[in-house]
Design a protein around this ligand. Structure first.
Ligand SMILES: *Cc1c(COP(=O)(O)O)cnc(C)c1O
Ligand SMILES: [Zn+2]
Length: 425
């Protein structure tokens, strides 16, 4: 532990090298920067025997994450379950379905804890005392909680229309929360100005190259839990399009390190809500030009990024893997949240509904076949987006504490149930 495998940063467009600094774009062509590793050094130190004995957190893949010392923030993040889901599989008409359940990530119940633990560990290495983010909700929760535990001051900017649970679940940690009357893209632009004016460490702006690498740990965990293999298909929700790129990168790195066989390459599918679908639209129209959505309108607020920073790269990853992209409606999203809950006992947030509903469409169109293995990435927790379900779920019947009343209620249910079974939706 403690040694670095990072050579520096490099431009994802022109490949030019830059030093290890809080910087996110190439001044030559404004291309985004990416962490550049010394894979020969990694190959010498990273092997499966060493990994097997380490704690089940994202840091068991430490050599492939971009920090120089030991992690100082979010040491317990990751290690979420890969759940075999036979009851869901049957409903989908499939045989082998797994849920990667990041709805139970520690500490803030979304996959964002993975990116934040890397970004804030890096912020400490760089000597930032003040950190921040532009967020659609989950990132706000995670930056607030992890900053609190690390003793960092956090400024968090969000669109004013976020779910109550996500706003409250940010303020409770003592973060400075500023709600902006505008879209996420407007919030993000303001944060870029703030980061450079005040010299703060914004996890998804000037620390973005490091932040994004944290998402790879989800891919490593899926591969390890499948016995160092990959599924035939993986379905990934997209907001800025970073996670889906890093899932692909994780599998590619494991192939290049000789840990995964070279001929095992999964089809990577992307999911966005119909009301904010710029990457899906590009994939479906066969273009690499991402046309921003100016006014996103969807219950899946965590995915409502109209101008996705990694949209170009995300559509390329999807296309090159042989995958596809789907954009379910709000109604399909709610139905999918209920389907996952009723079949597997997993309560996903709206983004999870998007991912499962997209999977359903991929099965219906024949892109995913019955005997193929599918991993569905559930990235956030349903307790944070209850607002979206309120119109869909009836309030429970209220009776007095009387056995007679209970019996009558039961009889009336039995009459209903012959007409309608819970899974008939
Ligand atoms: C942020 C987020 C995503 C996707 O993020 P990218 O910007 O595409 O990396 C997916 N699901 C949830 C719940 C999120 O909060
Ligand atoms: Zn460049």
């Amino acid at each position: 532990m403690g040694r670095t495998y990072v050579k520096g940063l490099k431009c994802r467009l022109c490949g030019r090298a830059y030093p290890k600094e809080p910087n996110n774009f190439c001044p030559e062509d404004f291309g985004p920067l990416e962490v550049d590793y010394d894979y020969d050094a990694i190959r010498a130190d990273f092997n499966l025997e060493a990994v097997r004995d380490r704690p089940r957190t994202m840091w068991r893949y430490r050599e492939l994450l971009p920090i120089d010392g030991d992690p100082t923030v979010g040491q317990l993040v990751g290690g979420t379950p890969l759940v075999f889901a036979p009851r869901l599989a049957r409903e989908l008409g499939l045989e082998n379905v797994f849920i990667k359940n990041d709805a139970v990530n520690f500490p803030t119940l979304s996959f964002k804890d993975r990116v934040v633990s890397v970004a804030l560990s890096k912020a400490k290495e760089f000597g930032f005392d003040v950190v921040g983010c532009a967020s659609t909700g989950n990132l706000a929760n995670s930056v607030a909680a992890n900053s609190a535990a690390a003793g960092l001051t956090a400024y968090i900017l969000i669109p004013a229309n976020l779910e109550l649970a996500k706003v409250l679940g940010t303020q409770v940690y003592g973060a400075h929360v500023v709600a902006i009357d505008g879209t996420y893209d407007e919030v993000n632009r303001l944060c870029t100005q703030i980061a450079f004016k005040f010299g703060w460490g914004f996890v998804n702006i000037n620390l973005r190259a490091y932040y994004a690498e944290g998402s790879k740990s989800l891919g490593y965990e899926v591969a390890e839990d499948l016995g160092w293999d990959v599924p035939d298909h993986i379905v990934v929700p997209m907001a800025g399009g970073s996670l889906i790129c890093k899932v692909e990168k994780a599998f590619r790195e494991l192939r290049e390190l000789g840990i995964l066989p070279h001929d095992r390459v999964p089809k990577i599918h992307g999911a966005q809500p119909a009301g904010c679908n710029p990457i899906v639209r590009a994939v479906q129209e066969g273009t690499d030009v991402i046309r921003p959505i100016r006014h996103p309108r969807t219950i899946a607020k965590s995915l409502a990024i109209g101008d996705p920073a990694d949209g170009y790269f995300a559509q390329a990853v999807i296309r090159e893997s042989g995958g596809w992209a789907e954009d379910p409606t709000d109604e399909e999203i709610v139905d999918a949240i209920r389907l996952l809950a009723e079949t597997e006992g997993i309560f996903a947030e709206t983004a999870g509904g998007v991912t499962l509903a997209a999977t359903k469409r991929l099965v219906q169109s024949g892109r995913i076949k019955r005997d193929e293995t599918v991993v569905i990435c559930i990235t956030g927790n349903g307790l944070k987006t209850q607002d979206a379900l309120l119109p869909a779920i009836e309030r429970p019947a209220v009776i007095r504490a009387s056995l007679d009343e209970f019996t009558r209620l039961l009889e009336s249910h039995e009459q209903h149930e012959t007409a309608e079974t819970p899974l008939a939706r």
